[in-house]
Design a protein around this ligand. Sequence first.
Ligand SMILES: C[S@@+](CC[C@H](N)C(=O)[O-])C[C@H]1O[C@@H](n2cnc3c(N)ncnc32)[C@H](O)[C@@H]1O
Length: 428
Amino acid sequence: MPYLYYCVKLGYSKCTMGETAAGLAREPLALTPDEKLDFFLDGLQVIRDQPDGQDPRISHFAVGMQTAVKSRRGEVRAAMQGVLDDRLEHQDEGDALRSAIYLGKLSLRAIGSQLWLARDYLYPQDFNRPADWPRPIREIFAGSLRSFNSDGIYVDLRRDLTSNIGARMKGPILAAAAYEDRFDPEDFTVYDLGCSQGLGLKQWTARGLYPFEATAGLRTSTRFPKGPFVDRKLSAKLDRIIATAIEPTQCNGIDIVRPDDFGNMLWAFICSHYPSDLEDDALTAHFLRLASFRSPRLAFTEADFMNEQQLESRILSSGQADMAIMSTVVYMMPESEQAVAIERAVRCVKKGGIVVVNEFAKPNPDMPYNLEFLIRWYDELLPYKTFVYDTLQPEAGLQLVAEWSNGRCTAVKPNLKHANVGKLLGAA
Ligand SMILES: C[S@@+](CC[C@H](N)C(=O)[O-])C[C@H]1O[C@@H](n2cnc3c(N)ncnc32)[C@H](O)[C@@H]1O
């Protein structure tokens, strides 16, 4: 029952328990250290219950971490209570549940990265059962792991998750193709706000050099979830569009983190791979190859787009772009800042330009920009979506362009009801 308990305790307005729980209590976030820990355990429970098809080691980790937190020795509990104090201190009540799930995932990344660097264990190869986790987790927090970096684990547990998945750029490229007649192919400028290592832009810019591997097996259906899942004709069309769409003549990736910092790169590397991916040499080599790609068409700016002064002086100083992208950035912000973040992206584009938002979200006409962010991604069949804000149609808010099977964009359902997308795919 703890999930319901904390929904009630926090008066969480969007919990899956619905109106009853939401209406019961709206207390300030004043949890005892043990209650905070239960909250974290609940986040792990959500991860533990994830659907089939995901890397089972993620679920095993969640079980192992729950065991480690409950261990009588107490090192892990004390460490996580410290992290929770820190992370929950500035949270709005409504954001706390999001944080609990988020911290569960973050702890897998943080612990995974320590194990990956350590020489005592072979990670991820040796981590195939829940029972493989508690001991090394305890060793990390007790400081007894060989080559343990005592600052590293706490720095990582306080980070905002920073994955970088190049394949997500398929959504923005599809959007660029759908609005292509607006843009000058000789002068097409793009901002990627919250680009992390800039892998998406690198993937797009380096198209000739590095094939868009993930699209090769793109599975598509116009009738998902019923009917045949793979529509081969539409898949082939989409692959062709993605491979031939307009390319940026100049693009600028913006992020708070510096991509040339080795620690940031390593962190993004760990966050961008499931444990099983880390055993796939081709995948990891692709990441590293792209991370080291450079091009005169691709610039990078270290800036916080939420900071008004930095937005003006570091981003908009080079003018507005034709297209601004925000990919998997807004969902991790407090709810109160989400609409502001999108507004910042809107300010980055010229009249006639578009903003592309890739997010775990769904259309909701009652929300700012018609967008509702998803808290439990596993509840939706196609949780990750691409939306376009058209500066010539601001009243439409963010319009749905495509729905993806996951944040890695492996299967897509394009929104053929969207006028430009329907025209593009009908005519292509
Ligand atoms: C989950 S990563 C997504 C990276 C990439 N866009 C992708 O789709 O793979 C989110 C990124 O947004 C960045 N970010 C979050 N808030 C930001 C802000 N206010 N200004 C600049 N970057 C920000 C984070 O540092 C992080 O690198």
